[in-house]
Design a protein around this ligand. Sequence first.
Ligand code: SF4
Ligand code: SF4
Length: 103
Amino acid sequence: MLSKLIPEKKIENLGKKGIPYGISEEGSLVERASWRTFKPVTDYTKCIKCGMCWLHCPDAAYTVGKDGFPECDSKTCKGCLICVGVCPVKCIKAEQERGVAKK
Ligand code: SF4
Ligand code: SF4
């Protein structure tokens, strides 16, 4: 089904869980992290390993490590901060990326 919706040449650009990468006008891959202004930072001392961040991340940026804690791939995360909102114990904080001008 997916192959019928996406032109064949675009299939090469699918990342984890079939989520496509952005393609620049020059044809190169665009990392989502390049437009991120905030990033999620997890306090693992409070994490209860519920998996809600992993489940709700629209870009499949989280994987679950052998110890059961979620790990965020900084190259995949685009900084939407949905994971911050769904964490039941509020142990994920939004941290501003360096180099981003404050108002
Ligand atoms: S900020 Fe958004 S893209 Fe990044 S890990 Fe959280 S839910 Fe996923
Ligand atoms: S949603 Fe919060 S408590 Fe649950 S696994 Fe993610 S970081 Fe840990």
